[in-house]
Design a protein around this ligand. Structure first.
Ligand SMILES: NC(=O)c1ccc[n+]([C@@H]2O[C@H](COP(=O)([O-])OP(=O)(O)OC[C@H]3O[C@@H](n4cnc5c(N)ncnc54)[C@H](O)[C@@H]3O)[C@@H](O)[C@H]2O)c1
Length: 435
């Protein structure tokens, strides 16, 4: 039972990714390999998860694609921008996430994915020094060149629809600055005036995508689309936006484990999270200004799950610390440690230790796939602006901070939001409330 008001996923879907590094090359290689039947898209909910629709005798569990019209993996065309000129094959080899035997069968296709010149400003990522960069006099010119890239890509590849996703390095922290970020008119003026302090390159990608009728996803913790000006643009262009920061390793664990503490009404004294990471992402995050962006995003998770105001006896003044340490020998194989100091009956202390030996890009790739497919779906369903149902995939979900809206970080509440949105877009009733 597909909802007739959702347009079908006809023709090709162009997925244009900003950044052709570890996450993107792992994502693209996996999709191409899955398409050939040489691997399985493990971890992707759009490919595996089943949602209950209907109740009682009518109830059935269906994969997403039987509830809503999703683009098929066969219909995806990939494009990318990067500061470095390496094609997707060379990037996959360089990043050393996947073994050559898992890359070589799709080598020809990967070699054809050559990154377009990046809209880049070294001040936003000092540790990068690639030269595959656009020559732009102003931020507005960046936008215009990016719009041209999107149009050309769409035309040359015969795409019906485009989604643009940011999986590029984390930029330095750009706090919301109302005079520039507060309205679309102010943002446009600042781009024309070349305000390089308040306009990050990522904002130019987002502006270009939305203006070209493409949803935009922010996979890094950048504040790019977390500003009223972008919400206005998304409304004007009727395009979905989602962000920010893929919820992959430690924060996934955190947003899944914190509800155990909260549901059982145990207390929390402190939560210390630390990581070692040796890939280029880790290198960029080794720069304090870039780490600040990540820190803000990672810290936000607990506050809305273990809320001090709601349970002052249990959650007042807990100490929450997040560290990321650049450690080259581990490359993409991140190791995360969480030390959680909890307390129970009569205040007696206990500790929980979690040691997660993960692979960053292996966790991020299926998220990127799901976010792209679901944003494309949302656009065809006429949904625009912040897509709260995609919070499930994101460390620091966007929300309208001008209203009394709060972000939902609780993993299982987020899952309910995701399922309900799919149900609704499929013409079924949303039937689990999030309190
Ligand atoms: N892998 C994860 O688990 C995870 C989780 C959450 C967020 N992220 C974020 O995803 C992003 C990508 O991670 P990664 O491991 O692939 O990093 P990476 O360093 O391997 O790749 C990022 C690429 O982006 C390019 N780049 C930087 N600025 C650019 C610009 N303005 N335009 C075009 N390209 C640009 C870099 O040259 C680099 O090749 C990072 O911001 C990271 O923080 C990753």
């Amino acid at each position: 039972m597909n909802n007739q008001s959702v347009k079908p996923a006809e023709g090709k879907l162009g997925i244009m990714v900003v950044g052709l590094g570890a996450v993107t090359s792992t994502f693209i290689t996996g999709v191409l390999m899955a398409r050939k039947g040489l691997t399985k898209p493990v971890g992707s909910m759009t490919q595996y998860d089943k949602i209950r629709v209907g109740r009682g005798a009518e109830k059935k569990y269906l994969p997403y694609s039987e509830i809503v019209p999703l683009a098929s993996l066969d219909d995806i065309v990939f494009g990318a921008w990067d500061v470095y000129p390496a094609d997707a094959y060379r990037s996959a080899i360089y990043c050393e996430v996947l073994k050559e035997k898992d890359i070589n069968p799709v080598r020809d296709e990967l070699e054809k994915i050559v990154p377009m010149k990046a809209a880049f400003d070294k001040n936003f990522a000092k540790r990068l020094d690639g030269d595959n960069v656009k020559d732009c006099r102003t931020r507005w010119e960046m936008v215009e060149q990016l719009r041209e890239d999107i149009r050309r890509f769409k035309h040359e590849n015969g795409c019906d629809r485009i989604v643009v996703a940011w999986a590029a390095s984390t930029e330095i922290y750009v706090p919301v600055y109302e005079p520039v970020h507060g309205s679309l008119a102010a943002l446009e003026q600042a781009m024309k005036d070349n305000d390089t302090e308040h306009i990050a390159p990522s904002m130019c990608y987002a502006y270009a995508a939305l203006s070209e009728g493409a949803p935009f996803i922010m996979g890094a913790p950048n504040t790019t689309v977390d500003i009223p000006a972008m919400w206005e643009l998304a409304e004007k262009t009727r395009m979905p936006i989602a962000g920010k920061d893929f919820k992959t390793g430690q924060t996934l664990v955190k947003s899944g484990f914190a509800p155990i503490i909260g549901t059982r009404c145990l207390g929390l004294n402190g939560w210390f999270s630390t990581n070692i990471l040796g890939n280029r992402d880790g290198l960029v995050l080794d720069e304090p200004e870039n780490f600040r962006t990540k820190e803000v995003s990672k810290l936000s998770t607990l506050e809305s799950i273990l809320v001090p105001e709601a349970q002052p006896d249990l959650y007042t003044d807990y100490y929450h610390k997040v560290r990321i340490n650049y450690y080259p020998p581990r490359n993409d194989d991140k190791e995360g440690w969480d030390n959680i100091d909890i307390f129970g009956w009569m205040g007696y202390p206990m500790q929980v230790k979690i040691n997660f030996l993960c692979r960053d890009s292996i966790l991020a790739a299926p998220l990127l796939l799901d976010l792209c497919l679901l944003s494309d779906l949302a656009a065809r369903a006429g949904r625009y602006g912040i897509q709260r149902f995609l919070s499930f995939y994101l460390k620091s979900p966007m929300y309208d901070y001008r209203t009394d809206e709060v972000p939902v970080n609780h993993l299982f509440q987020q899952y309910t939001m995701l399922k309900n949105a799919i149900r609704e877009m499929g013409g079924y009733e949303a039937d689990e409330e999030v309190d």
